[in-house]
Design a protein around this ligand. Structure first.
Ligand code: DX5
Ligand code: ZN
Length: 220
C-alpha cells in the first residue's frame, strides 16, 4: 500500500513565528506544506502571495503544495513556480481554459492539479483526469480555515476514486477543509491519498505529535 500523505496548511500557522512553524513541519512526519493563496475575489478572503511563499521556500525542506483560490490563475502561474511552488492546484471554477492552464503549470516545471468546490460534481473531470497529477476536493466552502467538514465529501471521493481506477490512472486525491482524526481514516477508506489539515494541527498543544498521530492513523 502506498503511503498516505499529510499536508499541514500554513494558513493556520503563527505568521509572526513563521520560520518556527516551518521548521516544526520540516522536523515532523508531515509530507508537504499546503499553501493557500486567496485573492478576495474568488473567495471572500485575502491571505498571502509571492513574497511570503518565497520566504517559506527558503526554510522548507518539503514540497510546497500551492492551492490557488484566485480568479484567472493563468495570470500568475510562472510567478508561483518562480517563488518555489512544486505542486500548483487551480480551481475548476476559476479558469475558462483549464486544459491550457494545466499545461502552463507543467511547462513551468510544476505538478498540476485541479480543485473542485463542494458543489462541483466530480463528473466534470472525466476527460481531463489523465492530465492531473492530483485532484483536490474541497470539503468546506473555501476561504477560511477552521470550518466544519461537510459529509458530502465522502461520496465525491468514492466516485472520483472509481473514475481514476477505471481509467487506470495514478492521480492522487487530496482533501482540504475540516480534516481531523475523526474523519481522516474514513476519507482514506473512501479513496483519498493526501489530507490537508490546518486548525487541527496548529491549534493543538503538541503540533508534531498531532501530525505524527494523524500520519500513523491514515497509514494504519
Ligand atoms: C481554506 C483552505 C484550507 C484551510 C484548511 O479555503 O483551502 O487549506 O487552511 O483549514 P482547516 O484544516 O482549518 O479547515
Ligand atoms: Zn487549501
Amino acid at each position: 500500500m502506498s503511503s498516505k500523505l499529510i499536508a499541514p496548511s500554513i494558513l493556520a500557522a503563527d505568521f509572526a513565528n513563521l520560520q518556527r512553524d516551518i521548521e516544526m513541519v520540516n522536523e515532523s512526519d508531515a509530507d508537504w506544506f499546503h499553501i493557500d493563496v486567496m485573492d478576495g475575489h474568488f473567495v471572500p478572503n485575502i491571505s498571502y502571495g509571492m513574497p511570503v511563499i518565497q520566504a517559506i521556500k527558503r526554510h522548507a525542506t518539503k514540497p510546497l503544495d500551492v492551492h490557488l483560490m484566485i480568479e484567472k490563475p493563468e495570470r500568475y502561474i510562472e510567478e508561483f513556480a518562480r517563488v518555489g511552488a512544486n505542486i500548483i492546484t487551480v480551481h475548476y471554477e476559476s479558469t475558462v481554459h483549464l486544459h491550457r492552464t494545466l499545461k502552463q503549470i507543467k511547462d513551468a516545471g510544476c505538478k498540476a492539479g485541479i480543485v473542485l468546490n463542494l458543489t462541483t460534481p466530480v463528473s466534470v473531470l472525466e476527460d481531463i483526469l489523465p492530465e492531473c497529477y492530483m485532484v483536490l476536493l474541497m470539503s468546506i466552502n473555501p476561504g477560511f480555515g477552521g470550518q466544519k467538514f461537510e459529509n458530502i465529501t465522502y461520496q465525491k471521493v468514492k466516485k472520483l476514486r472509481k473514475m481514476i481506477n477505471e481509467q487506470g490512472l495514478s492521480t492522487r486525491i487530496e482533501i482540504d477543509g475540516g480534516v481531523t482524526n475523526k474523519n481522516a481514516k474514513a476519507l482514506i477508506e473512501a479513496g483519498a491519498d493526501v489530507l490537508v489539515a490546518g486548525s487541527y494541527i496548529f491549534k493543538s498543544s503538541n503540533k508534531k505529535e498531532t501530525i505524527k498521530n494523524l500520519k500513523t492513523l491514515v497509514n494504519s
